[in-house]
Write a protein that binds this ligand. Structure first.
Ligand SMILES: Nc1ncnc2c1ncn2[C@@H]1O[C@H](COP(=O)(O)OP(=O)(O)O)[C@@H](O)[C@H]1O
Ligand SMILES: [Mg+2]
Length: 349
């Protein structure tokens, strides 16, 4: 049987009331005192609750004094008064010990979760630091190599000096790109990026980005196609600059990983109070096991040879941050060697 202070007080009160009853009986026998049976019963009726409450109070007080310190720690409550009230004068259905064990359980659960979260964050931080230093090492080593060669006499050799300087500049640009992307990501993660959400015409953004990417597309002979009526405005709610960034990143990928002389298209689908936007290429595609990972920072598929193309591996991580900050979703479907489609939603305005 589970005994609680209440049950124990009840038993003790019963015991002592019975004792009084027996005592009055004994008194009657010994002293022939003429105590009416009714009086004895009345006495018991009076003493029973008194006993019960006195015992209960004493017991709870005693237990409370013993567990006070532990309790104070787990409830992290500065106010001892509040804890005391909660435990001692709690008039609900809960027993004090039940209340304590429930609180301790809650506390343990909460801390288990907290510890798991901290461990995960720690692993994540370690991995991230490792990735950052690894990514920066390549351009730094390259720069160091060229600068040393130039200092070692290469400077006076007209055949190589300009070439080496150009390569150094390229590595520096790469470092700047990585650092800029990292800065954007850390701002998103620190939650200090404020979206400037306004109504804007998405069709117009597509046109702007197409103009901006035209040169790059031409270099690979890829045609940029808008599948929709370019004269029909499509009003959406969002941060225009950030959404433009999303389009640029996705189209940039489509051009980098698309087929030479192929096609990259943007489509808009109407879905009640949202629009679905798809960016499709006919390039190398993404293996099924890589699909869930392409939005991770620094993740690149082997086939893409992204690093050789100057990719930071951070573009999609930024894209995802932007879309999620808009409380929208992004996903990808892809078939190896057939192409990929990145699809995200936006709220209509
Ligand atoms: N359209 C695409 N087709 C094939 N692979 C892609 C495509 N877009 C992204 N990927 C893969 O996802 C990786 C991550 O993309 P991203 O974060 O933009 O980095 P980056 O473009 O700098 O390589 C790319 O390196 C590539 O392996
Ligand atoms: Mg990219």
């Amino acid at each position: 049987m589970k005994s609680s202070p209440r049950q124990l007080s009840l038993i003790l009160a019963m015991f002592f009331s019975l004792l009084i009853l027996v005592f009055s009986g004994v008194l009657q026998l010994i002293f022939y005192a003429n105590i009416h049976f009714l009086y004895s019963v009345l006495i018991v009726i009076f003493f029973f609750p008194v006993f019960y409450f006195v015992f209960r109070y004493a017991l709870e007080r005693f237990i409370y004094d013993k567990i006070r310190i532990i309790y104070k720690t787990i409830r992290r409550s500065k106010s001892g008064e509040r804890n005391k009230n909660r435990l001692l004068y709690h008039k609900g259905k809960r027993d004090m010990l039940d209340a304590v064990s429930q609180d301790v359980e809650q506390w343990a659960e909460f801390h288990e979760k907290e510890i798991a979260d901290l461990k995960r964050l720690e692993a994540y931080r370690r991995e991230f630091l490792g990735n950052v230093s690894h990514e920066l090492k390549t351009p730094i080593t390259t720069i160091q190599g060229y600068v040393l060669t130039l200092l070692d006499g290469g400077m006076d050799d007209p055949k190589v000096n300009k070439k080496y300087l150009l390569r150094t500049a390229k590595s520096i640009n790469r470092m700047i790109a990585i650092v800029n992307d990292l800065e954007t990501i850390s701002k998103f993660e620190a939650g200090i990026i404020q979206l400037q959400q306004k109504k804007f015409n998405f069709t117009y953004s597509v046109k702007e980005v197409f103009d901006f990417m035209e040169m790059k597309a031409q270099k690979r002979g890829i045609s940029l196609v808008f599948k929709g009526n370019p004269d029909l405005p499509c009003y959406v709610m969002g941060d225009r600059e950030k959404i433009r960034q999303v389009l640029i990143n996705l189209i940039d990928n489509a051009l980098k990983y698309g087929k030479e002389s192929g096609e990259t298209s943007v489509s808009i689908f109407d879905m009640d109070d949202h629009v679905l936007i798809e960016i499709t290429d006919d390039g190398i595609g993404i293996e099924e096991q890589d699909i869930p990972r392409v939005f991770e920072r620094f993740y690149r598929t082997e086939k893409s040879r992204s690093r050789a193309q100057g990719g930071t591996g951070l573009g999609l991580a930024i894209v995802k941050h932007i879309i999620e900050a808009h409380k929208q979703t992004i996903n990808v479907r892809s078939k190896i060697d057939l192409g990929s489609t990145f699809a995200f939603t936006l709220k209509k305005a």
